[in-house]
Structure formats: C-alpha cells, structure tokens
Design a protein around this ligand. Structure first.
Ligand SMILES: [Zn+2]
Length: 277
C-alpha cells in the first residue's frame, strides 16, 4: 500500500500530500516544502517521480529533486514535458495568478534536465503503473493506476477534499479548465474500479464512487454559478460556502490554501469565454 506524506505546505498540515509507492514519489509538491518530503523519505533517493501534472503545487520540486538525485527519472504527460525542461512559460503563467507571492508559495522552480524526463501519452504502463490521460483540470493531466494494489493516484481530477470532511471543491484555476473533458476523465477513472483514490489535496480515500460523485456534482454546480457570477463574486461565494460546509476552521483554512478561491472563478470564466467563441 502507498504511503501518504504530508509535506506541510507553508507549515500547514493537510494541504499538499505526496504519495510514496514502490520507492517512487507521485507529485512531490513544491520546492518550498521539499525539506519535509526529504525528511519523510529518510534520505533515500526515490526511484522515480510520477507527476500527475505540472502545476507548481504538484510538481514544482521536480527540478530541485533531480539536482539532488541526478539519476532520478521524471514521468510527465507529453504536453507538460517541455515546461519542466524550460519552466519560463509556466512561471510566467503562475506569476499572473500569484504575483509577488511566488517565491514564498513555491520556492525555487529549477529546470529538469531533458534526459531525465520521460514523456507519457496515456495508455502505457510504466513502473507498474497504468497511465490514463485525464484532461479537464489541466490539458497535461494524467492519472496512475498501481496495478498491484489498484490504488489510483489522481492528482486534482477527483477534487480537493481534506481528511475530517467530505466536502469537495473542484479546483478550477486558469487556463485549461474544460468541464466536459473533466467529467469524461472522471468516468475513465471510475471505469478502472480503483480500490482507493490518492489525492494530492489530500490523502488516501476508499469511498471511491462517492468521492467521484461529489466531484461531478460540485464541478457542475460551480460551472453553472460561474456562468453568471464575476470571478470576485464567485471567490467570495466559494470561500463562504467552504467555511459553512466544512464547519471546522482549521480544515477550512487548509482547504482555502489548497484551492485558493480567487483562482477558481477565473478558470471557470475562461472556460465559458472559450465556449462562447
Ligand atoms: Zn492542478
């Protein structure tokens, strides 16, 4: 069975979870929390990194880790590969969202040497993992099914849901949100009949079909609301809804850190604008 590693992003628990399985790490998190990851690994070099997608909260530490462990292989969807090797466009796009807060949030985003990157299309089996292409949250998103245990490492596809609550937020940052593609990806994950869903935000959950249904319902509801609300209005609604639904202040703060409300309406607005073109 896989091990969930809380990297304690910005010192807070239950925000970003790396998963260790068979000596590999799925989504190491950002460089700003890499010390907690290395401590949990006990100084052992991981055999490989499996990235679900290249968003900095999932993959930001990949470059720093390949520098520390020069033989590390990094698996990533082919649409994301170039941005690991040269992160300048990724950083530009992230800076539009996070502005001056980039360094504090994510730390160093070092390039990954091209020879360490293994690009994936989806459909292949690597390192005992079946790879499934799962766009919708991001165009460069894959999920990994561990064939031996049936655990699925789903990145952001099954939503943001923290231990202690079942409330689920569909994380919808710009620029790639595609609601129909996302719902189709959820169906692809469901068709694998995983024994557990391993979420980056946060942890391992065995109520697989219930969790996937929470994501479907939440994503549809949020997309519909964002059709008429501006991004600021949506952010205020989302934050209030999260606090009310979760009921626990610590969990709510962690959830708001994992899926910042100000980014959520922007991504859905962009989705609707593309649809109307
Ligand atoms: Zn993401």
């Amino acid at each position: 069975m896989s091990r969930a590693i809380d990297v304690r992003h910005l010192g807070r628990e239950r925000v970003i979870c790396a998963h260790e399985v068979d000596g590999m790490v799925v989504d190491p998190g950002p460089a700003s929390s890499v010390d907690a990851l290395l401590e949990a690994l006990g100084g052992e070099a991981p055999r490989a990194l499996l990235l679900t997608h290249i968003h900095l909260d999932h993959a930001g530490a990949a470059g720093v880790l390949t520098r520390a462990f020069p033989s590390l292989t990094v698996y990533v969807h082919e649409r994301g590969a170039a941005h690991l090797i040269d992160p300048s466009r990724l950083l530009e796009s992230a800076r539009r969202l996070y502005g001056d807060d980039m360094e504090r949030l994510w730390g160093e985003v070092a390039p990954v040497p091209a020879e360490r990157v293994q690009a994936l299309a989806g459909g292949e089996v690597v390192e005992g993992m079946r790879v499934i292409y799962t766009p919708g949250h991001a165009s460069h998103h894959v999920c990994y099914l561990h064939e031996e245990t049936g655990e699925a490492f789903v990145g952001d596809v099954a939503g943001v849901r923290l231990p202690g609550s079942t409330y689920t937020v569909a994380p919808t940052p710009p620029p790639d949100i595609d609601v129909e593609a996302w719902l189709a990806s959820v169906d692809e994950v469901a068709a694998l009949s995983p024994t557990a869903l391993c979420l980056t935000h946060f942890g391992r959950h065995e109520d697989v079909s219930e969790q996937l249904e929470r994501l479907r319902t939440g994503l549809r509801e949020r997309a519909e609301l964002a059709r008429t609300m501006g991004p600021d209005e949506f952010a205020a609604w989302s934050e209030a809804e999260t606090r009310a639904a979760v009921g626990d202040e610590e969990i709510a703060e962690a959830l708001l850190q994992a899926a910042p409300p100000e980014t959520l309406g922007m991504g859905l607005r962009r989705y609707w604008e593309k649809r109307e073109q």
